[in-house]
Ligand binder design. Structure first.
Ligand code: URA
Length: 186
């Protein structure tokens, strides 16, 4: 699927990208993070969350959950960089949805953490903002969805936002412990 996506021309974002940023990490992980879309560094390197907000996210995940990128899978709502880091448009999210939908199906995580408004609204199918939706775990597919702020909001918003992300990561850890174990194959 990544190879297929690397040649994708379904939406206008294809025209400005250096690389399709498909996703990285453990493809059979119990935990998956979904962000918004690649930024400049991600576009250049072809990997998700490798810039400043990604470094903050990695640190918070390590400190609150004791996990590294080998332990989870991480991807975005749109796989190509929106020009100038603008918000992804509804038709771009729609064009890219089948990739994310298939990633969710193949990885089949027990817990999905959505980072910010776009991932949270797309996956939960809700219209409220992240401040309203965060703070709880929602039943989702074969486990739970835990919404939290995007780490770039923490870079802008400071300690209060960081504290709420930390609390949500603890919530995700609890949801992992509570989610049913996958059925054995066959
Ligand atoms: N912001 C995102 O939402 N995703 C990335 O991969 C990088 C920054």
């Amino acid at each position: 699927m990544a190879k297929d996506a690397s040649a994708c021309t379904r939406c206008r974002l294809a025209g400005g990208r250096t690389n399709v940023v498909f996703g990285m990490g453990n493809p059979t992980a119990a935990l998956m993070f979904v962000g918004e879309g690649p930024g400049e560094q991600e576009d250049l390197q072809g990997l998700p969350f490798v810039g400043r907000s990604g470094q903050l996210l990695d640190r918070l995940i390590l400190e609150e959950m004791n996990l590294t990128r080998d332990d989870f899978y991480i991807t975005n709502t749109v796989k190509c960089r929106p020009p100038g880091n603008r918000d992804p448009l509804p038709d771009e999210i729609e064009s890219c949805w089948s990739y994310l939908d298939q990633q969710l199906g193949l990885v089949d995580p027990r817990v999905v953490v959505t980072l910010g408004n776009f991932a949270t609204r797309s996956l939960l199918g809700r219209t409220e903002g992240i401040s309203k939706l965060r703070g709880r775990a929602y039943p989702y597919r074969s486990g739970y969805l835990v919404p939290t702020f995007h780490p770039s909001a923490a870079l802008r918003g400071g300690g209060g936002v960081v504290a709420q992300i930390r609390a949500d990561l603890v919530r995700a850890k609890e949801a992992l412990a509570a989610a049913p174990l996958p059925r054995p194959a066959g």
